[in-house]
Design a protein around this ligand. Sequence first.
Ligand code: DON
Length: 536
Amino acid sequence: MAQEKDAAIASAHPLATAAGHEMLKRGGNAFDAAVAVAAVLAVVEPYASGLGGGGLWLLHRAADGHEVMVDARETAPAGVKREMYVDGSGKPVRGATTQGGTAAAIPGAPAALVHVSGNYGALSLAETLAPAIHHARHGFPVDERYARLAELRERYLQAHPEAAHIFLDERRAPRPGWRLRQAELAATLERLGKEGNRGFYAGDVAESLVAAVNRAGGVWQLSDLTGYRVVERAPLRFQYREAIITTVTLPSAGGIALAQCLQMLERFETVDPRSPRDAHLVVEALRRAFRDRAAYLGDADFSAVPVERLASRAYATQRAATIDPAAATRSEAPEREPAAAGSANTTHLSVVDAAGNRVAATLTINLLFGSGVVARGTGVLLNNEMDDFTVHADVPNSFRLRGGEANAIAPGKRPLSSMTPTFVEDSRGVLVVGAPGGSRIVSQVLLAVLDYIHAPAVDLAAIVLAPRYHHQWWPDRVEVEPDGFPAQWRAALEAKGHRVETGKRRWGNMQAVFKSKQTGLAQAASDPRGADVGSF
Ligand code: DON
């Protein structure tokens, strides 16, 4: 457990966390720290996030209580057509949303760094990007996790020569300790620091990105990049018992699901998410929230989505009334062979500073090593976020998520996300939390919030360590982490009619900080799963 101080940072990599602390030491605030952390993560976890990806940032400014979601989600390029992803009979075009140029959406990550730094930071962007530039240019010894994930994706990387050249050691997955050097990425970061958005979204970098994507089968135009904008949106805010929860809205489905689940669960007496009795209620709430996600959610800038109603207490009450405390409801969905669960990655950072400024940011290039496309001369590995769209009602994505017209592919549109950076505030203090894990982000954050609120004392390490279960309406099963739950627990759920399945490995890499209102002291906890090479 980290020492308690007046500020705390939790991230998936010690070099990133150190960069954040360095900014605080120099007089930067939580926003500067978060920018530095995010930029270093882009260098040291290239399989998870990066300049070629996107993310959702939740900010709280202590001076005036201003809270905002910075939506840096990727957008579909203007030239995109549904036929690129699905044929006339509704059959998906193999790999189109996950690999190569058609998989990559226009990155939002660089614009988020510029935006958060410029509008909320106290230091210059060049200063906050300096640690990332240093690690990219001089290299850093890769850890076991990197080695394991590169090994897992060795063939994938070999199929993409630019990526293989950077991320593999003589075309093979490196051993831990191998030095990953990314001189071109360092130069791109440097340009971003000096020129702001123009350093990435225009000029040589932009031209190289367009050329690389189109060589790999994509349809990007320079105007897709010059036209990219982050969007500031009002976060979703609601009350659960005594706590105020602040979380993300569309284009993430995560915050809406969190609001739905917690408000449904509030209709029941105590909720101990670890007891089989209440795990049943949590699963039933998730089932309902994920059903609504599939039915209604997508980029609200493109079609009307009744977010207010879906996230309302009245609707939750109505939905909770359909939960039978004694028996599982059935999820009815058209059966079709589900896609194999994708090997996935993403990253989360949580920061709170001495003044009480907070940042929760979840950042991603989607699946491990994204689309595999690296633009020559830039060091930028592009995302495969197009897979978060629904290509056809019958075709689930890599997280086995289904969806409808609201999340159909369209030019300029943002794909629906599960990322759920969240603040929980009660009389004890403030919890800042989030995690990677695709659709399982939602259940992780839900369990973390419930664990926090229902435990008599705050035990951050226990919150990030606690075993996880998940339900997403379809497939209709409760997925549990291996070794997480005793046979009796499972039997109790099965007795209520649930299908309980053990996942192959544990999931998530939760990053949480807590700042006490009583003492002003802050602590950080990183999920030990992050160091566990068997989970991703
Ligand atoms: O935005 C989303 O929901 C996904 N692109 C996130 C992917 C992810 O979390 C993979 N992590 N394990």
